[in-house]
Ligand binder design. Structure first.
Ligand SMILES: Nc1ncnc2c1ncn2[C@@H]1O[C@H](COP(=O)(O)OP(=O)(O)OP(=O)(O)O)[C@@H](O)[C@H]1O
Length: 812
């Protein structure tokens, strides 16, 4: 392991051992670099001696040349000839911007040294298949020796384009199960591999591509890993196949000249400001107003925040008359208002950069900021896309509106200033409360910070360190909810008596109150509040700004919950209402995170948000047309709904009267059905019973007769009246004898039989009368009985109609 202390510059290039070739020495001299930087001095000899290297050195310390120079030297020294489709070296970096920057340095050194190497930049951005195919064809035609690029596109070139690979949890496509196209370049003879920002490249996000690239590289190669935060990735180094690597850690030189273990350049001053989140904008403007700095980078946690604040900063710092609704007079008035908050002697241009921008704009905006003319000030708003490696000249100040989600990025962000021995300043905003411990975390990571002073603004608009008279200090007793400290104390003693769940509830409330009081203890800054009102006015007059404000706030909250240092950045303790004010929202969005927060503290902006227009007339016309369409649709829907309701009402009404009728009908029907069923069952049971009874009668004649009159049979059997049976038989015989009409009913016969029986009983011994007489009597009785039966039948109809005892056929 090689350790060296950073004096800003080290030994001359000519002192390197083994010696650098003359063309390369000429090139660095033409670049104006007389001496090496310490990291170059420590790395180049080791790399040249065919050893793998892991290099960790502060941001802006010259790591790019520390790998570019030995790489060219190693390629120059090799004897093997490279075919047009073979490459000798690959440099991988995590972003397109950084790849381009490295490529430009490499190209410049090759040009100045006149070495016969062809470098080529391989970055994404033109994702369509035809573009990729074109690019690959161009690449084969060009036959480069060195490739510089991002992992995904390099994977396509070196391993073949992957189709249908498997998606990993992190969203990357892995080769397993996928089909690869033909590789455009062969890496079998590769001499040098460099991973710049290696710790980032070894993160999960790039894992699949890096693994695929490593799999097609020869094992006999030189590998160099470079970063300002290398130790964070040591665990993953095994994967890169390093062979007995030399570790180069360059110490930062302290003020007394001795080496320190700090991770940041000694020329960089990092400050932190603890203040409520709604004061950030005013603080930035006052900082710009107060300093001589010209170039600023402001970091946000999401692309949506960058887009939104870009619009706000632009309206404040460099508006154009077309961007202000109401034409020129309104523009002049707005300029006047904005000048109350920032009034610099120089123009300030505003730029934005993030990963969701189209490549062309991304490139243009980056170049515009990089090449800003001397004497002109500029602000670049960015996400972490511009946090690593970018060597933007003359950045004076780095401001972190949001601390980064990954604490590693903190040093990289700050490192965009104070590069190559220049001095620079960085500022990070922290919310009062748990976020203040971020200072300790960074201290542990060898990144020291000092507290910044809150900046005020006097009536003349100048930034000052002393609070003006209108800065009302709440005295610490009143908190956000209007409760006093003593209230809290008495509540605390009450809480001691409370039951467990209530205690928890109170604890939560107390926590919230503590948070709110932390914010509320800051003196009121009326000018900051007035600035926020102006920003809200921008939003209320430009739909583009208004819609972006909501998006930005929501994405900020989402991003806040993804902080790696979640023990410091606790979403539950984030002062959300102040954050919403800081985003200059017109109203609070309805989101679950705001539940239980003191939303009354937020004053809604008095505007009908539906009427906020787009400044772009085309967009506004589209919006109005869409709105009219939506209104029509809504009207139609309302009408349809009303119609539906009306018909439903009518239906209900008629069905309620119809219902009673149909219900009664239905009930009747049911009753009838049930009755019929009952009768049927009864009949069936009766029939069964009668059959059984008939079966019991032995006499075949009687059985025959009774089979035809089951009712009689039943009656007889019930009574077990043998004499009646005999009488029936006798009567039946007699009928036969007298050849009486077969239609005579059996019940008549029975009636006659009964009369006869009675008579027989009456004149038991008396000689029986002659047959004629008997016959007459029988007739009379039968008549009487018939009449009686008729009367009875009128009142009680028999269930079965009686069949004549003997049919005509039987008679025959
Ligand atoms: N020997 C040198 N003498 C003077 N300036 C140099 C020398 N080497 C590099 N520089 C300059 O130093 C600046 C920073 O270099 P470089 O971008 O390589 O830093 P870095 O260590 O890679 O930073 P980061 O960690 O941010 O990627 C560049 O502008 C570069 O031109």
């Amino acid at each position: 392991m090689t350790d060296s202390v950073v004096p800003i510059f080290g030994s001359p290039w000519a002192t390197v051992q083994p010696k650098l070739s003359q063309p390369i020495l000429d090139a660095v001299s033409t670049l104006g670099f007389e001496n090496m930087t310490p990291v170059q001095e420590a790395t180049i000899p080791v790399f040249l001696q065919n050893s793998d290297v892991i290099v960790e050195a502060a941001t802006g310390s010259g790591k790019t040349l520390a790998f570019v120079i030995p790489m060219l030297e190693l390629l120059r020294r090799r004897n093997a000839h490279l075919a047009p489709n073979e490459i000798g070296a690959v440099i991988i970096s995590p972003t397109r911007e950084l790849s381009k920057q490295i490529f430009e340095v490499l190209e410049e050194v090759i040009r100045l040294s006149d070495l016969p190497f062809k470098p080529h930049l391989v970055v994404g951005g033109s994702a369509t298949a035809t573009n990729t195919a074109d690019e690959m064809a161009k690449l084969r035609e060009l036959g480069p020796d060195i490739l510089v690029g991002t992992p995904g596109r390099l994977e396509d070139v070196l391993c073949g384009r992957l189709k249908n690979g498997k998606k990993t949890r992190s969203g990357m496509i892995t080769a397993s199960g996928g089909v690869r196209g033909r590789a455009s370049m062969l890496a079998g003879k590769l001499e040098v591999l460099v991973l710049d920002e290696a710790d980032r490249l070894l993160d999960m996000g790039f894992e699949a591509s890096i693994t695929a690239i490593l799999s097609v590289l020869p094992k006999q190669r030189r590998t160099g890993l470079f970063s300002a935060t290398m130790s964070d990735a040591l665990g993953q180094l095994v994967r890169t196949g390093l062979r007995n690597p030399a570790r180069v850690q360059v110490q930062v030189q302290g003020k007394n000249g001795a080496g320190t273990d700090m991770r940041i350049p000694s020329t960089l001053r990092i400050e932190y400001l603890v203040c409520p989140p709604d004061r950030k904008m005013a603080q930035i403007l006052r900082l710009i107003q107060n300093s001589v700095a010209q170039k600023y980078i402001v970091y946000f946690s999401s692309c949506a925040s960058v887009d939104y604040f870009f619009k706000l900063f632009k309206r404040l710092l460099s508006p154009s008359p077309e961007s202000v609704p109401g034409g020129k007079p309104a523009f002049t008035e707005e300029r006047k208002m904005a000048k109350q908050f920032i009034n610099t002697q120089f123009p300030i241009s505003v730029h934005s950069l993030h990963g969701q921008m189209v490549q062309k704009r991304r490139q243009a905006t980056f170049e515009a900021f990089t090449k800003l003319p001397v004497g002109e000030a500029g602000i670049l708003l960015s996400t972490d896309l511009a946090s690593r490696g970018l060597d933007i000249p003359d950045v004076d100040c780095v401001i972190q509106w949001d601390p980064p989600n990954d604490p590693k990025s903190f040093a990289h962000r700050c490192g965009r200033t104070a590069r190559a021995g220049r001095s620079g300043q960085a500022l990070v905003f922290l919310n009062p409360g748990p976020e203040e411990t971020y200072v300790d975390l960074l201290n542990l990571r060898k990144i020291p910070m000092v507290a910044a002073k809150y900046l005020w603004q006097d009536s003349a608009g100048n930034a000052t360190l002393t609070a003006p008279d209108d800065a009302i200090v709440p005295g610490g007793s009143d908190n956000e909810n209007g409760e006093t400290e003593s209230d809290s104390v008495s509540e605390q003693s009450d809480a001691d008596l409370d039951t467990e769940p209530r205690k928890k509830d109170k604890k939560k409330k107390k926590k919230k109150k503590r948070q709110s009081s932390l914010v509320a203890k800051f003196p009121v800054d009326a000018r900051s509040d007035a600035l926020l009102e102006l920003l809200r006015r921008f939003s209320a007059t430009d739909r583009d700004i208004y819609s972006r404000s909501k998006l930005a706030f929501v994405s900020f909250i989402q991003s806040y919950s993804k902080h790696e240092a979640s023990f410091i950045f606790r979403p539950k303790e984030l002062p959300l209402i102040e954050a919403a004010k800081g985003f200059a929202l017109l109203h609070l969005p309805s989101m679950p995170e705001l539940r239980g927060r003191p939303t009354k503290m937020f004053v809604r902006y008095d505007v009908d948000t539906d009427s906020i227009p787009f400044l772009d007339s085309k967009r506004e016309a589209q919006r109005l047309a869409k709105l009219a369409e939506e209104k029509q649709e809504a009207e139609k829907r309302r009408n349809k709904k009303a119609e539906r309701e009306e018909t439903n009402k009518r239906k209900k009404k008629s069905s309620s009267s119809n219902d009673a009728w149909s219900q009664a009908k239905e009930a009747k029907e049911k009753l009838r059905e049930r009755k019929l069923l009952r009768m049927k069952l009864k009949d069936e049971r009766a029939a069964e019973e009668e059959e059984r009874l008939i079966g019991e009668i032995n006499d075949p004649k009687l059985r025959e007769a009774l089979a035809k009159d089951p009712l009689l049979a039943k009656q007889m059997m019930n009574k077990r009246d043998k004499s009646l049976r005999d009488a029936v038989l006798m009567a039946a015989d007699k009928m036969k004898r007298l050849k009486k009409a077969p239609t005579q009913k059996l019940e008549d016969i029975i009636a006659e039989a009964r009369v006869a029986k009675r008579r027989r009983n009456d004149s038991s011994d008396s000689s029986s009368s002659d047959e004629e007489e008997e016959e007459e009597d029988w007739e009379a009785v039968a008549r009487r009985e018939r009449i009686q039966a008729k009367i009875a039948s009128k009142s009680k109809r028999p269930r079965f109609t009686f069949d004549p005892g003997f049919s005509d056929e039987e008679e025959k």
